[in-house]
Design a protein around this ligand. Structure first.
Ligand SMILES: Nc1ncnc2c1ncn2[C@@H]1O[C@H](COP(=O)(O)OP(=O)(O)O)[C@@H](O)[C@H]1O
Ligand SMILES: [Mg+2]
Length: 304
């Protein structure tokens, strides 16, 4: 019943790797970068005044996988997320995206970096007074000003169709179900064709059936659009379903990381306690079938 433990991320390959240098030979190579790192959070400390919010966080977020950052309220999850999408700068440390250090960049370059990320906000964060079409086209109007109105419309309608929202473009958000609104938020996040999708508490406040649909949607999206997913969550059930790697953040420190199975069954007591405190028994969570691989469209779990 207990799935075999996979090696913890970082435990296999600790040698710094020299990536190809797309920006020329002078590009600095971060020590510790691993070959499949899409984002490398490199010993990040964040301080607001006297408050130390992140205390040296290191994470390897692998390309085309789903990383879930879990932790209780006040742990520093939102702060970490805001630094990933370059809305905040680390006090010390670095964040490498595609091998580029984004910490020292100026506003113009940061704006370009931000477009590599798509953000799916908690509760979808749709503008209630705008139609579905107007909500989804918004990033194109902001960032693709040279794109014709007709092409923008085609792109939006194609995306709505892909996400099972065909014919909903003239509806208002209030006319859609919770799951549909999530998909609208996702459609909007995908408009600029990001390589990394960040979800802030995607299943928060949803019933179990809709949560499961959202989990499936996260996995299908990762597979179909070949993105790397980063999910901020305090939903352990969802984490066990979708995470290739999970990071448990407590008071600004990653105190455990690895596959969900590592956290549930490993020797890190704090991780096991966190899972027990979430009210779900680990023995109901073990995965069925083989280790998930990036690129799998379907993820099979025991019935929850
Ligand atoms: N701009 C800020 N100024 C001062 N303190 C902040 C700021 N943003 C977050 N904090 C503090 O950092 C800690 C972590 O917050 P946050 O990242 O929102 O945690 P989480 O998302 O895990 O609930 C909290 O104690 C919060 O008060
Ligand atoms: Mg938060």
């Amino acid at each position: 019943m207990k799935a075999e433990l996979a090696p913890r991320p970082g435990s296999v390959q600790e040698e710094p790797v020299v990536p190809p240098a797309p920006n020329g030979p002078s590009k600095p190579v971060p020590a510790g970068l691993l070959p499949d790192d899409h984002i490398f959070v490199d010993n990040v400390v964040k301080r607001f005044g006297d408050t130390l919010v992140l205390r040296g966080v290191t994470m390897h977020l692998k390309r085309h996988q789903t990383a879930v950052v879990i932790g209780g309220s006040g742990a520093g999850k939102t702060t970490l997320l805001r630094m990933l999408i370059a809305l905040e700068k680390p006090t010390t440390g670095h964040i490498w995206v595609d091998g580029d250090d984004i910490a020292p960049l100026g506003e113009v370059e940061l704006n370009r970096v931000r477009q590599r990320f798509g953000m799916v906000f908690q509760y979808a964060a749709l503008l209630d007074s705008l139609t579905i079409f107007e909500n989804v086209v918004f990033p194109l109007r902001e960032h693709r000003k040279k794109m014709s109105r007709r092409d923008q419309r085609t792109k939006v309608l194609d995306m709505l169709k892909l996400l099972g929202l065909e014919g909903k473009e003239d509806r208002m958000p209030s006319e859609l179900s919770g799951g549909q609104r999530k998909r609208v938020g996702l459609a909007r996040a995908l408009m600029l064709e990001p390589k990394i999708l960040i979800y802030d508490e995607p299943t928060s406040g949803l019933d179990p059936i809709t949560s499961r649909m959202v989990d499936d949607l996260i996995e299908e999206t990762r597979d179909r659009f070949q993105v790397t997913s980063v999910v901020i969550s305090h939903d352990m059930t969802s984490t066990m379903r979708i995470a290739h790697q999970a990071f448990l953040l407590v008071r600004g420190e990653v105190i455990a990381s690895g596959t969900p199975d590592d956290l549930a069954y490993g020797d890190n007591e704090a991780a096991r306690e966190f899972i027990m405190a979430s009210g779900i028994a680990p023995d109901r969570l073990s995965r069925v079938g083989d280790e998930k691989q990036a690129g799998d469209a379907t993820v099979k779990y025991k019935a929850m």
